[in-house]
Structure formats: structure tokens, C-alpha cells
Design a protein around this ligand. Structure first.
Ligand code: NAD
Length: 287
């Protein structure tokens, strides 16, 4: 099956970014969400991102037209699924939610359509088991911000076919990404390392080892990380980070137990950039 039409489910931090690179690559792309306002926001975001790309000389006017022609939004998952050749799920990291999405798309998709999930932690074998096409399922793990980050981790489930991995790789490459193939382990490569480092930074903040600014500065300038772990947490979303840690704690043991301060921030609604405040305060940036 030639892949022309890509459906992305979930228009949050990740889904909107994935839909952007998909449409820019020339795939007819439908971004689906239950929230109209998320979809409006995502479209606005895509227009701003492409405009910034043009201003920096990274994107041509012609590419902008390709983006605008190919990017569509919908709240009707069933119809989008019927028309699609390739599906990327990017709803919140909750198994029951991902299960219900997989079951719904299974009911509407044509045979042979590949299903992928952008899950950071959940087993591809488990997600594939919610469909009748485990050989056509893989995890396709993008990074934030999607239009800038080069990597896609492809994670096989038990039944994922070689053909499916090949097709997922081709789609990722057409979106301008490099890929790595990872075997099924909780947290893959990147989420496992990133969760551990991010959690340790929260412990250090709580213990008073240094200020948030100095922890981030030390890691950037001393260890040559492009971003500090605390600012990265704010970018990823502290709720998403906490969810990952809870899952890894359950699967891999005590070293992933979430730092109490992180739990407290999430309880307080300090979720990072998306809520205007996390470790750092972004409220002034929004004005
Ligand atoms: P998010 O909370 O920013 O966005 C999720 C979106 O899904 C929201 O717009 C929400 O309205 C929508 N949604 C909820 N229920 C839905 C439904 N039934 N149908 C359609 N849409 C629905 O989440 P996110 O940070 O974009 O994360 C999405 C996935 O990507 C998660 O599995 C997460 O673990 C993974 N991930 C996140 C990051 C990151 O940096 N945030 C990085 C890699 C992977």
C-alpha cells in the first residue's frame, strides 16, 4: 500500500508537531482531537512555526503552501481512520485511553494500514494486542519539539513484521528524521535515561543542592547537554514526566521512584511550559 494519507490522533505537544512534519513532508495529514480548541491551537501553532522557518531562511514559501494544503483537522476519528494509510497515536500516556483508541481505529481502518504509537513507555506488544494487526504495529517515538529533533525511535513488538519496520522507517525518513531500532524494554533507550536524569535533578532541587538555574547551567556547561534537565522537564510537561516515572518505577524498580517535589508540582498544576509555570515561570512569555 502506498502511504499518502497519515492520521495523527491527539493534537497536544507531540501530535501537533508530528502532524506538522508529516504535512510538510507532503503527506495528506489529518490531525484528530476530541478538543476543538486544541485543534485550532495546533493550526495556529503550525502557521507560526512555518512563518518562523521562513524568517530564518529554513523553509521556502513553496514548502509553506505544501504544509497548508496538506494539514487538516477533525474531531471525527472514524472518518479519518477510514481514509488513512498510516496512523500515529499521540494521546496522553494512559493505557486505558490508548486501548480505546486502538480498538476504535481497528474497527474502521482498512487491512494493511500500519498503526503506530508515540508512547514514551508502554509496551508495543501490549498496544498491538488491542488490535487485530499486531504484525502491522510498532512504536514510533518522536521527540519534542518534533520539527527540530532529528530522532525517531522505532520499537518492535513481539509480532511486528520486518516489512512494517521498513515502512515506518521510510515514513520517518520522509519526515526528515533519523531512526534507531530498539527492542522492547520499558522506556526504550531515551525515555529511560531521560526520566532518570530528570528525576535526579528534582531530588537535587528538593535537597537544596543548588538552585534550578544552577543545576541546569551545570549540566549544560559541565556535561555538554544542550538543555538542562529541569528546563527539559518543563518542555516535556511535568505530568508526562511523572507518568513515565510511575510506569518505569513499576516495571524497573526503585531507582525510578518519582521525586516527591515533582509529585507536588504536578498536584499544584505546575506542569511546565504548557501551563505557564513548572520549575520556571513562563507567564510573562505568554503576555
Ligand atoms: P498532551 O497532553 O500534550 O496532548 C494529548 C492530546 O490528546 C490532547 O490534545 C488531548 O485533547 C488529546 N486527546 C485526549 N483524549 C483523546 C481522544 N480520545 N481522542 C483524540 N484526542 C484525545 O500529550 P503529549 O505530551 O503530546 O503526549 C502524547 C503522547 O506522546 C504520550 O504517549 C506521551 O508519553 C508521548 N510523548 C510525549 C513527549 C513530550 O515531550 N511531551 C515526548 C515523546 C513522547
Amino acid at each position: 500500500m502506498t502511504i499518502n494519507h497519515v492520521t495523527v490522533v491527539g493534537a497536544g505537544v507531540m501530535g501537533r508537531g508530528i502532524a506538522y512534519v508529516s504535512a510538510l513532508a507532503g503527506f495528506k495529514t489529518t490531525l484528530v482531537d476530541i478538543s476543538e480548541s486544541q485543534l485550532l491551537d495546533a493550526m495556529e501553532n503550525a502557521k507560526q512555526t512555518v512563518q518562523k522557518g521562513i524568517a530564518r531562511g529554513k523553509i521556502t514559501e513553496e514548502k509553506k503552501q505544501i504544509l497548508l494544503e496538506n494539514l487538516h483537522t477533525s474531531t471525527d476519528l472514524a472518518t479519518a481512520t477510514k481514509e488513512t494509510d498510516f496512523l500515529i497515536e499521540a494521546v496522553p500516556e494512559k493505557r486505558s485511553l490508548k486501548q480505546s483508541i486502538m480498538q476504535e481505529v481497528e474497527a474502521h481502518a482498512r487491512d494493511g494500514v500500519i498503526f503506530t504509537s508515540n508512547t514514551s513507555t508502554i509496551s508495543p506488544t501490549e498496544l498491538a494486542s488491542y488490535t487485530n494487526r499486531p504484525e502491522h504495529f510498532a512504536v514510533m517515538h518522536f521527540f519534542n519539539p518534533v520539527h527540530l529533533m532529528k530522532l525517531v525511535e522505532i520499537v518492535r513488538g513481539l509480532e511486528t513484521s520486518d516489512e512494517t519496520v521498513k515502512k515506518v522507517r521510510k515514513v520517518a525518513e520522509r519526515m526528515g528524521k533519523e531512526t534507531v531500532e530498539v527492542n522492547e524494554f520499558p522506556g526504550f533507550v531515551t525515555s529511560r535515561i531521560s526520566a532518570l536524569v530528570g528525576n535526579e535533578a528534582f531530588h537535587m532541587l528538593q535537597e537544596g543542592v543548588a538552585s534550578a538555574e544552577d543545576i541546569d547551567k551545570a549540566i549544560k556547561l559541565g556535561l555538554n547537554f544542550p538543555m538542562g534537565p529541569l528546563e527539559l522537564g518543563d518542555l516535556v510537561g511535568l505530568d508526562a514526566r511523572l507518568n513515565n516515572l510511575r510506569y518505569l518505577h513499576e516495571k524497573l524498580g526503585d531507582k525510578f521512584r518519582p521525586a516527591p517535589l515533582l509529585e507536588q508540582y504536578v498536584k499544584a498544576g505546575r506542569l511546565g511550559r504548557k501551563s505557564g509555570k513548572g520549575v520556571y515561570d513562563y507567564s510573562k512569555e505568554r503576555d
